[in-house]
Design a protein around this ligand. Structure first.
Ligand SMILES: [Fe+2]
Length: 308
C-alpha cells in the first residue's frame, strides 16, 4: 500500500504511533491513517484481498500483458461514484466525485479538468469509471497532472500511470508514489496562469491556481471549499462534516485553519494574494463550481475566517 493511499483528507484520520515512517510536521512518531486503511484493518481481512491477488497473478502469467499493468490494476484504488463532467467556462470542466473515509463515511470531492492548449490538464485528480474516462477522453488527451496539494493525492498515481502526463508540483510537495515532476511556478501547463502560494504552511503543502479564462477562474484544493451542498456524502459523512465546520457555503474551513496552524492576522497574511485576485469563476477540491461573481464570495469567506 503506497503512501498515496494515506494522504486524502488527513483531518478525518486517526494518529497511529509508529517506530518509523514519515511523521507529520510537529508530531514526531505519528503518522495518520484513514480509518479504513489502518494496518490492523488490512491484516484483519486477508480474504478481501484474495480476488485482487488472483487477478494480479493471472495477469502476470499472461506474457502479452505488461507487468506494469498487472501492478497497476492490483494496487490503484478503484473508481468511486461520481457524476458527469460539468462545463464551467471556456475549456474548464469539473467532475463531482466521492471518497470513502471509512465504513459508512463518504464525502464528496471534485476534480477540475482544463483544456491547456496541448491537451487536458488535471487538478485534484479523481479516478473515473470506464464510462467517465470515455467522457473525459472526448474532451481531449490528458497531458498534464497538477498536484495542488499534498492532501488530494490518492488518485494521482493512477492518472500518472494511465495517461503518462507531465507532472507539475510545488517544490515542497510530498510526492508519495508519484514521480517528481516539474516545479510549478512561472512555468506551467497553461499559458498566462498563476500559482498562488500561502507561505510556509505547517500542515501540508498546498497552493491554488488562477486561470486567465472566463473572466478569471480560480482552482483551489482545501483552503477554500464550496460547502453549499453535500452531494455524494453518506449520512455519517454529513454529520461528521457538519460537526467539523464544513458547512455554510463557500468557506475557509476551521479544520484547514487548525491543521495549518493559522488564525487571525497570520491567516490573513497567508491568504492575502488569494483575497486580492479577480476572478468570475471558482472551483474547489470539494463542492460544486461557483460561476459568476466568485471573487467576492471567496474574499468574504477569507474575511470571515480571519475574523473568527
Ligand atoms: Fe480535501
Amino acid at each position: 500500500m503506497g503512501a498515496s493511499h494515506l494522504c486524502q483528507e488527513r483531518w478525518l484520520s486517526w494518529p497511529v504511533r509508529l517506530g518509523s515512517g514519515n511523521p507529520e510536521p510537529g508530531t514526531p512518531g505519528l503518522r495518520h491513517f484513514p480509518l479504513s486503511r489502518s494496518p490492523a484493518a488490512r491484516r484483519s481481512c486477508p480474504a478481501a484481498l484474495a480476488p485482487v491477488a488472483a487477478l494480479a497473478l493471472s495477469l502476470r502469467l499472461d506474457p502479452d500483458i505488461p507487468a506494469r499493468l498487472s501492478i497497476a490494476m492490483a494496487n490503484f484504488p478503484k473508481a468511486l461514484a461520481h457524476g458527469s463532467i460539468i462545463p464551467i467556462t471556456d475549456g474548464v470542466h469539473c467532475v463531482r466525485g466521492s471518497f470513502n473515509m471509512g465504513p459508512a463515511v463518504t464525502i464528496g470531492r471534485t476534480m477540475t479538468v482544463v483544456d491547456g492548449g496541448d491537451g487536458l490538464v488535471v487538478f485534484n485528480a479523481v479516478r473515473l469509471s470506464e464510462e467517465g474516462e470515455a467522457e473525459l477522453e472526448k474532451l481531449g488527451t490528458v497531458k498534464h497532472l497538477v498536484k495542488l496539494s499534498d492532501s488530494h493525492c490518492v488518485d494521482e498515481p493512477y492518472y500518472a500511470d494511465r495517461y503518462q502526463p507531465t507532472v507539475w508540483s510545488m517544490p515542497t510537495a510530498k510526492m508519495g508514489d508519484l514521480s517528481v515532476g516539474n516545479p510549478i511556478g512561472a512555468e506551467g501547463p497553461i499559458q498566462g496562469a498563476k500559482v498562488i502560494g500561502f507561505g510556509d504552511l505547517k500542515g501540508w503543502a498546498e497552493s491554488a491556481y488562477w486561470l486567465p479564462v472566463g473572466g478569471g477562474t480560480l482552482i483551489t484544493c482545501d483552503v477554500v471549499q464550496n460547502c453549499t451542498d453535500q452531494e455524494r456524502f453518506s449520512f455519517i459523512g454529513r454529520i461528521m462534516c457538519n460537526m467539523m465546520g464544513f458547512k455554510g457555503g463557500v468557506v475557509t474551513p476551521p479544520m484547514w485553519r487548525k491543521v495549518q496552524k493559522l488564525k487571525g492576522a497570520e491567516l490573513g497574511d497567508s491568504l492575502s494574494t488569494l483575497a486580492e485576485l479577480k476572478f468570475e469563476n471558482f472551483v474547489s477540491g470539494h463542492g460544486g463550481p461557483v460561476i459568476g461573481g466568485a471573487d467576492k464570495i471567496v474574499k468574504g469567506a477569507i474575511a470571515s475566517a480571519v475574523a473568527a
